[in-house]
Design a binder for this molecule. Structure first.
Ligand SMILES: [Zn+2]
Length: 205
């Protein structure tokens, strides 16, 4: 996991959003190879092992995931609107093989959210082992591609306003996401802005 991602991680437990305290044991360049993340609110701790932050126990099963063609990488980049470099992009489960080509070609930081060690963290790629949580700060992602079993409820919170969401055709569009386009393979949506709180106006006396 890249050191720059540390500030944007949040405890996935059911309490108010809280940052995590990192105890780093070993680094390799700018990547944390081993360490612990502790939550000051609920006292849970999460291990960083072999460059992956583990918010769940990694699944053992190996899934055969095809590597995307250059056209498929470009298609995903277009749907996620990656014309401008920089920022964090979430890639959930079956989208993990897109991480390295996307990071390399479009200069974004890909945060792979998976339940297994599907990818070796590389330059511009971090791996978070998760089950149904999205342990990221509010609004940190500029876009996310959702796989099967995606944490639908957390997508709106983790995306910045206007951020893109891509999902396979069979997936539901999460709440708070406006559908932009859909074909037989996938759909793309955009995060709606937060509702502006009603301001009560006091009449001057
Ligand atoms: Zn906590």
């Amino acid at each position: 996991m890249h050191i720059d991602l540390l500030d944007h991680l949040r405890c996935p437990a059911d309490h108010a959003e809280c940052w995590l305290v990192a105890a780093i044991e070993r680094m390799a360049d700018r990547h944390v190879e081993r360490g612990t993340l502790g939550c000051p609110v609920c006292r849970r701790s999460y291990e960083i092992q072999d460059f992956a932050a583990c918010f769940a126990t990694p699944a053992e099963t190996v899934e055969n995931r095809a590597h995307p063609t250059p056209d498929e990488v470009t298609r995903l980049a277009a749907m996620l609107d990656l014309r401008v470099p920089g920022g964090f992009v979430g890639l959930h489960r079956e989208w993990a093989p897109y991480a390295i080509p996307l990071a390399f070609s479009f200069d974004v930081h890909c945060v792979v959210l998976d339940d297994r060690r599907s990818i070796r963290p590389a330059e511009g790629v971090s791996l978070l082992i998760v089950d149904t949580a999205l342990p990221l700060a509010r609004g940190v992602l500029r876009g996310i591609a959702l796989g099967i079993g995606a944490p639908q409820h957390a997508v709106h919170r983790a995306l910045r306003p206007g951020g893109r969401v891509v999902g396979a055709a069979g997936l539901d569009v999460p709440a708070g996401i406006a559908l932009m386009a859909r074909d037989v393979r996938s759909w793309v949506g955009e995060r709606l802005p937060d509702a502006t709180p009603v301001v009560s106006l006091a009449r001057p006396r």
